[in-house]
Design a protein around this ligand. Structure first.
Ligand code: PLP
Length: 283
């Protein structure tokens, strides 16, 4: 498998990063995951825009020229890794680069960022998309800049491990009594035909897939309320779903053992799934 690292294409096994890299030492970097469908990069511009915002907020010295090279690098990786048909993902990571001595504050601005891009085949979990998942809630122990897609993912990793340990299918994180999102997806509840989801804030990542859901909802005349739903209220929702680049739209059919709606994926979830699939296949 060919990957891109700091200006070079090489096999994934050959590519190495310095032990002084601030991504390794401090989690000082950002990432994006982009869906590849039949060789096309779904909503690439939206992902790059979110990446730009992260780079700007974290003051990572990533130049416009480097940014402009990214789509070409991704297309080359898609071709070289034979992803022109079927499903795949692009993973992109930019860290503040390698610097000595190890000091917390940002190194000199001329320190080149580490840029890594890889493309991999992807197999959607069709079983859970069809039948829905039995989700659990966990406390949201993350920091207050969850709007930045940083590689600091330990709380997310711990939430995923809890899901695995308990044989669950989906995790909802709870902050101050309200559902924020999943560890790799946004959470949306349906009450009486209206979508409810946590408002854009430092406590969630504004998902690109969630934006697609908003588009479909507008087209279909489904109202959207950007309002938090409490841990208790969500158990009484008609439908609940998780949305994300590698999640698609996953129905949630129970939460902590409480049945959601009929205990089966609901009609609005199905409509949104269809709309997302259509966009991914045709855009
Ligand atoms: C914490 C978190 N929330 C939401 C999302 C969904 O975002 P997107 O739809 O852009 O993939 C992700 C995706 O990785 C995520 O990690």
């Amino acid at each position: 498998m060919q990957i891109y690292l700091n200006g070079r294409f090489s096999s994934r096994d050959e590519a190495t990063v310095s032990v002084n890299d601030r991504g390794f030492l401090f989690g000082d970097g950002i990432y994006e995951v982009i869906r590849v469908v039949n060789g096309r990069l779904f909503r690439l511009e939206a992902h790059l825009k979110r990446m730009d915002r992260g780079i700007q907020k974290l003051e990572i010295p990533f130049s416009d020229k480097q940014r402009d090279e990214l789509p070409g690098i991704m297309e080359k990786l898609v071709a070289e890794n034979r992803l022109q048909s079927g499903e795949g993902t692009i993973y992109l990571q930019i860290t503040r680069g390698a610097a000595l001595p190890r000091t917390h504050a940002y190194p000199p601005a001329e320190t080149p960022p580490t840029v890594m891009v890889m493309a991999s085949p992807f197999v959607p979990d069709t079983d859970i998309l069809e039948k829905g998942g039995h989700a659990i809630t966990v406390p949201d122990i993350r920091w207050s800049r969850c709007d930045l897609k940083t590689v600091n993912l330990l709380p997310n990793v711990m939430a995923a491990q809890e899901e695995k340990k308990r044989g669950a299918g989906g995790v909802l994180m709870v902050r101050d009594g309200f559902i924020t999102e999943g560890y790799k997806n946004n959470a949306i509840a349906v009450f009486g035909g209206t979508l409810w989801t946590y408002p854009d804030s430092p406590y969630i990542l504004a998902g690109i897939t969630r934006d697609v859901v908003f588009e479909i909802a507008e087209e279909e005349g489904i109202p959207v309320k950007l309002m938090p739903v409490s841990d208790e209220e969500i158990r009484t929702a008609d439908e609940v779903m998780l949305t994300g680049t590698i999640t698609d739209i996953q129905p949630v059919v129970s939460i902590d053992g409480h049945k959601i709606g009929t205990g089966h994926p609901g009609p609005i979830t199905r409509l949104l799934q269809k709309g997302l699939r259509h966009r991914m296949d045709t855009e």
